[in-house]
Design a protein around this ligand. Structure first.
Ligand SMILES: Nc1nc2c(c(=O)[nH]1)N[C@H]1C(S)=C(S)[C@@H](COP(=O)(O)O)O[C@H]1N2
Ligand SMILES: [Mo]
Length: 401
């Protein structure tokens, strides 16, 4: 739908509401906005991306990047909550502290981290819980992301478990807090700290210093960040400076207020009746995004067109991606990549076809995972006030000439 059409529709709906007939209800949705252009403002180590703010940097990856399993570092999206990010980090003097309920407090240098612990790699999707938020109607609070607040990279680092074992956990240890290195802008603003329950910690959780074979880009958390495969990225703390082990949950802003959904079966609520209880957004749901063609594409009648995109979930693994090239009337299986990067990575898919009709056609994709969870139709997506976890069937309308 064109933006202009939407405003027309919204105006009609508002008129209808005034007359007491059908109104635009909470829970009705459309597709995420996907016609924003990249910005020409340059950011270190980044190609042009869609910019929402330069301070703090909020940069989205354009949809057409999502045609392969790994997302290039220089096109990987960026999200910071605080504007005051350190502008310089010296890798020779940098240390990460481990303290709290440990037998031995640690200060580990980057060099020690890379040489004194076992090095492991995991390919995993990093997706903001608010990815695709612009699809929610009525508008949900927060950055109005299209579908590019996500990426998939091969992360290399050290198991968090190994570091904690090295420090030695005291027996009442229960929670682990992670601090980023940036500062809040005002004293009232909370620092960016996240907490993990010790029992959530498995061997896939790592402290990563490398992304796709290179140092982490500065804006993606140089020199060290947390990787928690299968979960939304709000707890993947960047530029980690400190790890503190405690026996009590601290009730911090970024844990108790942000990144939560209604604690009910549908994880839903309406704008005028908020759910009384909430829970962390936590594990990702099954989703696919079309990388090619995009809404600006023009394809030739009866030519060979290959629909491409990516699909993922929280680690159960993708079983199938179904594609429709006639607006959802008929569906067919896409071809999936070999899946060699493991269950936490994107599965890239492709679907060759020959457009048989002229004019506009709507291409749709629906991912299904190995436990048969599948993407709902966009119109069936349920609403939550934070605009989290959108995973409606993706669609792109293109012109056949
Ligand atoms: N230190 C720090 N880490 C952070 C954040 C932050 O603001 N500060 N934001 C989190 C959120 S909400 C997201 S979506 C991801 C974004 O990671 P990226 O910028 O590498 O894409 O970082 C997470 N880690
Ligand atoms: Mo996020």
């Amino acid at each position: 739908m064109q933006r202009r059409d939407f405003f027309k529709k919204a105006a009609v709906a508002a008129g209808a509401a005034a007359l007491g007939t059908n109104s635009l209800e909470a829970g009705t949705t459309q597709q995420p906005i996907d016609n924003r252009k990249v910005s020409n403002v340059a950011f270190p180590e980044k190609r042009p991306l869609i910019m929402y703010s330069d301070r703090p940097p909020l940069l989205e990856t354009p949809r057409d990047v999502f045609t392969s399993t790994l997302t290039p570092n220089d096109q990987f999206f960026v999200r910071w909550h605080m504007p005051d990010i350190p502008t310089h980090i010296d890798p020779d003097t940098f240390t990460i502290s481990v303290n709290g309920l440990v037998e031995k407090e640690l200060k580990i240098s980057l060099n020690d981290l890379k040489t004194k612990f076992e090095q492991v790699e995991v390919a995993a999707v990093l997706q903001c819980g608010g990815n695709s938020r612009s699809a929610f109607k009525p508008i949900a609070g927060g950055i109005q992301w299209g579908s590019g607040a996500m990426g998939c990279a091969n992360w290399k680092g050290v198991r968090l478990r190994d570091i904690l074992d090295h420090a030695g956990l005291k027996k009442d240890a229960e929670w682990i807090g992670f601090n980023g290195s940036e500062k809040a802008a005002y004293y009232e603003t909370p620092n960016f700290i996240r907490e993990l329950k010790l029992e959530e910690l498995d061997d896939h959780v790592i402290l990563a210093y490398e992304m796709n074979g290179e140092d982490l880009p500065y804006l993606n958390g140089y020199p060290l960040r947390l990787i928690i495969p299968g979960t939304y990225s709000d707890s993947w703390v960047k530029m980690i400076s400190n790890i503190t082990v405690t026996n009590e949950y601290k009730h911090l802003f970024f844990m108790d207020v942000a990144y939560r959904v209604p604690d009910n079966a549908c994880e839903c609520e309406t704008h005028d009746k908020r759910a009384p209880k909430t829970k962390p957004i936590h594990r990702m749901n099954v989703k696919s995004v079309i990388g090619y063609p995009t809404r600006d594409s023009v394809v030739s009648h009866k030519s060979h067109v290959v629909v491409r995109g990516v699909a993922w979930d929280d680690g159960h693994g993708i079983k199938d991606v179904m594609v429709s090239v006639d607006g959802g009337k008929t569906w067919d299986k896409a071809l999936l990549d070999d899946g060699k990067l493991g269950r936490y990575a994107y599965r890239a898919f492709r679907y060759p076809f020959k457009p048989k009709t002229l004019g506009k056609i709507t291409i749709m994709t629906k991912a299904i995972n190995k436990i048969d969870q599948e993407q709902p139709l966009a119109k069936d997506i349920q609403w939550n006030h934070g605009g989290y976890k959108y995973n409606g069937i993706d669609e792109v309308t293109v012109e056949v000439v």
